[in-house]
Ligand binder design. Structure first.
Ligand code: SF4
Length: 269
C-alpha cells in the first residue's frame, strides 16, 4: 500500500524568487512538494533541500501566506517588469490547489499588478478553473507537460496528475479563451514514450487539437531520478529496461536518433 500524502500549512518568507531558467527572470512556487509524484521529476531534490523525511510525491507544504508576501514583494520592487514562471519545482495546480487556492490568489494579485509576464507549466486540468483570471493578465502563456497519450503508462509514470486527455481538453479550453498554450513533451522516456507509435499518437493528437507550439526534452539522468525510474521500469515496463540502459550509457547517440524521429513525425503532422 502507498503511504498517504503528508500536508502541512506553512508560512513562507519570500514567494517571488529569481530563477536561472533560460528565458525567465523570476519563479513562483506556491507549494513545496508535489503530489503528482512523477517518477522522473527532477524537482525531487526538494525533499532533501526542504528537510522532508517523506518520499517525493508524498508531502505537500501549502504556502498559505503566499499572496500576502507577494503583495509586499510587488510593492517594494525597483524594476517592475520581467517574466515569471509559476511552477518550477512544483505543480501550481496539483490537487490541493482545488481547496487552498494559493495559486489563484497569486494570479489575482498579478492581474492587478499587470507588470509581469506570467507563464505557467502544469500537468493538471484544474488550471481551467482560473481562465477568467488568466485572461485578465497583461500577458499569460500556459504550458502543459505531456509525455504520452497512453493513460495506463501515464498513471504509472505520473500517478497523481490529470490524465493526458484531460490536459489536452484543458489546453483547448484555454486556447479558446484566447490564452496562448503550448505543450512540453518532457522527458522523452527511453523505450516507453519514444517509440514511433507513442510519438505518433501524441503528435497526431496535438495536431488535431490545434496545438502548434511544442518543445521536447530528454531525461535528466540525476542519480536519484535514475534510481527511482529503474525501479518503475523493472516493475511495470521490463521490456524497456535495455533501452533505458542504452540511453544512460550513450545519451548522445540516443538523443540524435530520437530527435531525428521526432522531427520526422512533426513534419508529417
Ligand atoms: S508535476 Fe512536475 S513538479 Fe510535480 S511531480 Fe510531476 S514533474 Fe515534478
Amino acid at each position: 500500500m502507498s503511504p498517504s500524502i503528508v500536508r502541512r500549512e506553512v508560512l513562507c518568507k519570500s514567494i517571488l524568487g529569481k530563477t536561472g531558467i533560460r528565458g525567465f527572470d523570476y519563479c513562483i512556487n506556491p507549494y513545496t512538494g508535489c503530489s503528482h509524484g512523477c517518477h522522473y521529476c527532477y524537482a525531487s531534490f526538494m525533499s532533501r533541500f526542504s528537510n522532508h523525511r517523506e518520499k517525493w510525491g508524498y508531502f505537500v507544504d501549502i504556502k498559505i501566506n503566499a499572496a500576502y508576501i507577494l503583495s509586499k514583494q510587488l510593492k517594494s520592487r525597483k524594476k517592475p517588469g520581467g517574466k515569471v514562471l509559476i511552477g518550477t519545482v512544483t505543480d501550481a495546480y496539483q490537487p490541493d490547489e482545488a481547496r487552498y487556492k494559493v495559486t489563484r490568489s497569486i494570479l489575482e494579485l498579478l492581474a492587478d499588478y499587470q507588470m509581469l509576464e506570467v507563464h505557467i507549466l502544469t500537468k493538471s486540468a484544474l488550471v481551467k478553473r482560473d481562465i477568467s483570471i488568466l485572461s485578465q493578465l497583461n500577458m499569460c502563456k500556459a504550458g502543459f507537460s505531456i509525455t504520452t497519450m497512453n493513460p495506463k503508462i501515464a498513471r504509472i509514470l505520473e500517478p497523481g496528475a490529470s490524465l493526458p486527455q484531460m490536459r489536452i481538453s484543458a489546453a483547448k479550453e484555454l486556447a479558446k479563451a484566447g490564452i496562448p498554450v503550448w505543450v512540453f513533451i518532457s522527458p522523452v522516456l527511453p523505450g516507453i514514450t519514444d517509440t514511433e507509435e507513442a510519438l505518433s499518437s501524441l503528435l497526431y493528437t496535438l495536431h488535431e487539437s490545434g496545438i502548434n507550439e511544442i518543445m521536447t526534452d530528454f531525461l535528466n539522468p540525476y542519480s536519484g531520478v535514475v534510481r527511482r525510474l529503474k525501479y518503475i521500469y523493472r516493475r511495470y515496463l521490463p521490456d524497456a529496461v535495455p533501452v533505458l540502459n542504452e540511453y544512460l550509457v550513450n545519451p548522445d547517440i540516443y538523443k540524435e536518433s530520437t530527435e531525428y524521429r521526432i522531427n520526422r513525425l512533426i513534419n508529417r503532422y
